[in-house]
Ligand binder design. Sequence first.
Ligand SMILES: Nc1ncnc2c1ncn2[C@@H]1O[C@H](COP(=O)(O)OP(=O)(O)OP(=O)(O)O)[C@@H](O)[C@H]1O
Ligand SMILES: [Mg+2]
Length: 213
Amino acid sequence: MRHVMVMNSKGGCGKSTLATNIACHFAAQGSKVALADYDPQCTSLDWLALRPDDLPPIVGVAASKDGLRSVPRDTEVLVIDAPARTHGTEMNELVRRAETILVPVLPSPIDMRACERFMGELLELGRIQRAQARLAVVANRVRENTLVFEELDRYLGKLKVPYLSALRQSTNYLRAFQRGMSIFELPEYLAWPDWEQWQPITRWLASKRSQPA
Ligand SMILES: Nc1ncnc2c1ncn2[C@@H]1O[C@H](COP(=O)(O)OP(=O)(O)OP(=O)(O)O)[C@@H](O)[C@H]1O
Ligand SMILES: [Mg+2]
């Protein structure tokens, strides 16, 4: 079973948004996908409850209640929506559950400072240093041609981990979320710019660069 985790100790940076879209991406490829929600607010499970029956199925796992015990045995890809405010041993425990970790970051001075601390802690973990888990960052909710995005772009570009893409701020994410869908399941005429921005992410997820040797 493959484990893909979306993680950042900062709240509201897009963990559930990325996790639900990644789950749909793998489900669309025909994989058996489960989505584990560690958030006590159950954002990802709420989204899943809205998912239409005719779309590729995803199994929900209430990980904030009983961990990963109820993940079906035949799951091929487990997408993990990690909780905000994780540090120390809890963070270490979570990182042990994944081989692929994605960190979304918002263009805001507060989020960048929080990210600096979070990445500092993450990069110190043995599992990351030994490359037993591969890490990448994604800018989220960006507005092109703003100073704060330029600052985030420079900051993420300097990190020693792959900086995959900058996802624009778009109502498409809200639209998809409200319907239990992903950005990939919206009509092309609406979502093609988002599809283009997701390409480096899905390419990375499909490549050996996102998995330990
Ligand atoms: N690219 C985007 N464009 C527009 N809205 C977005 C985008 N990404 C996320 N959002 C919105 O921002 C809000 C926070 O996103 P999300 O719930 O995914 O963050 P989170 O990191 O899971 O938050 P929490 O820490 O509370 O679990 C949501 O309302 C979501 O719909
Ligand atoms: Mg969330």
